[in-house]
Write a protein of this length. Structure first.
Ligand SMILES: NC(=O)c1ccc[n+]([C@@H]2O[C@H](COP(=O)([O-])OP(=O)(O)OC[C@H]3O[C@@H](n4cnc5c(N)ncnc54)[C@H](OP(=O)(O)O)[C@@H]3O)[C@@H](O)[C@H]2O)c1
Length: 262
């Protein structure tokens, strides 16, 4: 098992939520981490909070020049690249009759295509370290939420990519894995203009009974699984559900589960 200590990591979308939680977790364990996001204020605040082991870059992964800038920054900050975490992602909701072409192109661009292009650019550097790539999929491919087809389709895409790229890059000793997080309170719905912080938290907590473990997760719990995938040397092409049992499809109907009486 590798150690995070001394690793150089590139985490896209590290200014908030799961990316920030993962950056914090890795910095606390001795990694040098480069994070990016489009909002400079978020990235600067995150880098300030995490200290000199974290380098923040204001960059948009959908822009080719920014992707190269990011890799150069990670190599400059960490001296090498041990892992790419393709975490940046966006939500887009709407029933199938309402979906707009430009918005669909945008979500596939940010959630899938840019991550593919970034992975291609990182490959020579990851081959040098026998490093790894982690994609971030979602519970949305395990449970069907009406109105979230666009988002779920992008996550199904990265899950598919994981297995093909694991096969493709194994010869270079690069491992490629995917995490499927369940409900974690972050900024994703608020950034998409769907709700405010308070409503988002209430909505997620309202899903507690759908989890086998009775609660939503934390960014630190997702970070623990990220760390495992970056360090486990014989794991590739794996899809890890980390969702407190949300993906099991448990019903919240007390008449069926009789939870209170147990
Ligand atoms: N929260 C959950 O319950 C959950 C569950 C399953 C999967 N996920 C996945 O987890 C990942 C992280 O999301 P999160 O929940 O932590 O949400 P979040 O707090 O909104 O974090 C996503 C980050 O990605 C950045 N980002 C988005 N588009 C970008 C782009 N084009 N270039 C660079 N950065 C970009 C955002 O910053 P800027 O807007 O400043 O660029 C934001 O900081 C996503 O892939 C999401 O789909 C989340």
């Amino acid at each position: 098992m590798k150690s995070l200590e001394g690793m150089s990591l590139l985490i896209t979308g590290g200014g908030s939520g799961i990316g920030l939680g993962t950056a914090r977790y890795c910095v606390e364990r001795g990694a040098r981490v480069t994070i990016c996001g489009r909002r400079p204020d978020k990235i600067e605040a995150a880098a300030r909070e995490l200290g000199p082991a974290c380098h923040g870059v204001a960059a948009d992964i959908t822009v080719a020049a920014d992707r190269q800038k990011l890799i150069d920054a990670a190599l400059g900050h960490g001296g090498k690249l041990d892992a790419l975490i393709n975490n940046a992602g966006n939500m887009y909701r709407g029933m199938i009759t309402e979906l707009e072409e430009a918005a669909l192109q945008d979500i596939f661009n940010s959630n899938v295509i840019s991550a593919m292009l970034l992975t291609g650019l990182c490959t020579p550097h990851l081959a040098t370290t026998e490093g790894s790539v982690v994609f971030v999929g979602s519970i949305h491919t395990r449970r069907a939420f009406p109105g979230a087809s666009a988002y779920a389709a992008t996550k199904a895409a990265v899950q598919g990519l994981t297995r093909v790229l694991a096969a493709e890059l194994g010869a270079q000793k690069i491992r490629v894995n995917c995490l499927l997080p369940g409900a974690v309170f972050t900024e994703i719905n608020q950034r998409a203009g769907l709700m405010d912080d308070e409503t988002a938290l209430q909505r997620l907590q309202g899903m507690s009974d759908l989890h086998a473990l009775g609660r939503i997760g934390t960014t630190e719990e997702i970070a623990e699984a990220m760390a495992y995938l970056m360090c486990a040397e014989w794991v590739t092409g794996a899809m890890i559900d980390i969702d407190g049992g949300l993906g099991l499809g448990i019903t919240a109907d007390p008449a069926i589960i009789n939870r209170k009486e147990q």
